[in-house]
Design a protein around this ligand. Structure first.
Ligand code: ADP
Ligand code: MG
Length: 344
């Protein structure tokens, strides 16, 4: 990976990560059909055709997809972080909001990218670590405070993952017109190890419903909200001068409802997930229109309402789309690549 373009200074960055082939896929005899061609291009081979003929597919334009940055099995957690999210920290300290999404079908690596494991922590912990470091290194007279909240949007309802017994929470606009989650737990600055423990614990509280397609299909959006407040001291009185928010979101699986044979309750959940993902897609599309209609309807879902101040305007958005490399995942991969490619 070339070492020049760490996450660039642009409003919308779209990345694509192809996870390694899993043991289960290997056992099922899957072949690899999604390849990274270069640092920005991915090719998806049709499994009905010769899977080894990368060159031929490379020549046929409809099978290649472009991104700001593409990662495959060889990418480390640190690389994914550096080329997508790290560049947001400077803006955050200067008062600019930002949002990072992990998008893709269940099982394709969204949680791995965002939360990661104890030994291979993901974007959540790396970002918080670097944010604390950056604040320590700032030489201005500001006082900074950082707090985090971790919540779930499931079935268009909001739950506090750090305090699941608190029931469903509402979105409210505060006196400055900022959207807030009323009553959410805010944890202030702690060290990386404690953050990881909190998030791991919070993640276990995410709603998981078995469906026909996947035993642990994740139908909830997990949202880590990081708030950076800056205060300046003026004649011994502290005044809040800046407020910036970073949302890091592990989206619900994007697989189509039709594939999971949804019925009844599941169908309703699927509809809500699609609504949030659709609303999000529409928002991102509107933002990426260079000169066209920039009207963005945030009202369409809980997720987009929550993100109202953190998408568009002066905010920066990063979407990391995820796919499996396996032949069996062709349909889902094509849908994901199309959705993410469309976002640019
Ligand atoms: P999702 O959150 O999209 O449903 P997960 O993040 O849970 O998917 O990933 C599914 C499985 O694949 C997990 O066991 C995870 O550890 C593994 N996995 C995903 N991405 C990677 C990767 N880049 N490298 C190694 N293992 C991965
Ligand atoms: Mg997950």
């Amino acid at each position: 990976m070339k070492d020049t373009g760490e996450s660039k200074d642009q409003q919308l960055t779209v990345a694509l990560r192809i996870r390694p082939l899993s043991d289960a896929e290997l056992e099922e005899g899957a072949t690899i059909i999604a390849h990274k061609v270069d640092d920005q291009m991915v090719v998806l081979l049709d499994p009905m055709e010769d899977p080894d003929d990368i060159l031929r597919a490379h020549r046929s334009r409809e099978k290649t997809y472009m991104f700001d940055v593409a990662f495959d099995y060889s990418a480390t957690q640190d690389e994914v972080y550096r080329y997508t999210t790290k560049g947001l920290i400077e803006g955050l300290i200067s008062g600019y909001n930002a949002t990072v999404f992990a998008y893709g079908p269940t099982g394709c690596g969204k949680t791995y990218t965002m939360l990661g494991t104890d030994r291979e922590p993901g974007i959540y912990v790396r970002t918080l670590n670097d944010l604390f470091k950056a604040i320590e290194e700032t030489s201005d007279d500001m006082q900074y405070s950082v707090s985090m909240s971790y919540l779930e949007i499931y079935n268009e309802m909001i739950r506090d993952l750090l305090n699941p017994s608190s029931g469903f929470l509402d979105l409210r606009e505060d006196s400055k017109g900022e959207i807030q989650v009323a009553g959410i737990t805010e944890v202030s600055t702690i060290n990386a190890r404690e953050i990881m423990e909190l998030l791991m614990k919070g993640n276990k509280q995410r709603t998981q419903e078995p469906t026909a397609a996947n035993q642990t299909s994740s139908r909830s959006h997990a949202v880590l909200q990081v708030v950076v407040r800056q205060q300046s001291r003026c004649r011994d009185i502290l005044q809040e001068v800046r407020f910036a928010r970073l949302f890091m979101i592990d989206l619900a699986g994007s697989e189509r409802a039709s594939q999971t044979q949804n019925r009844g309750q599941r169908l309703k959940e699927g509809a809500h997930i699609n609504r949030s993902l659709l609303a999000l897609g529409n928002c991102i599309n509107a933002l990426s229109e260079k000169n066209g209609n920039k009207y963005v309807n945030y009202r369409d879902s809980k997720l987009t309402r929550l993100l109202k101040d953190s998408l568009g305007g002066n905010s920066r958005t990063v979407m990391i789309a995820h796919i499996s490399p396996a032949s069996l995942a062709f349909e889902d991969s094509r849908n994901t690549l199309t959705y993410a490619d469309r976002a640019k």
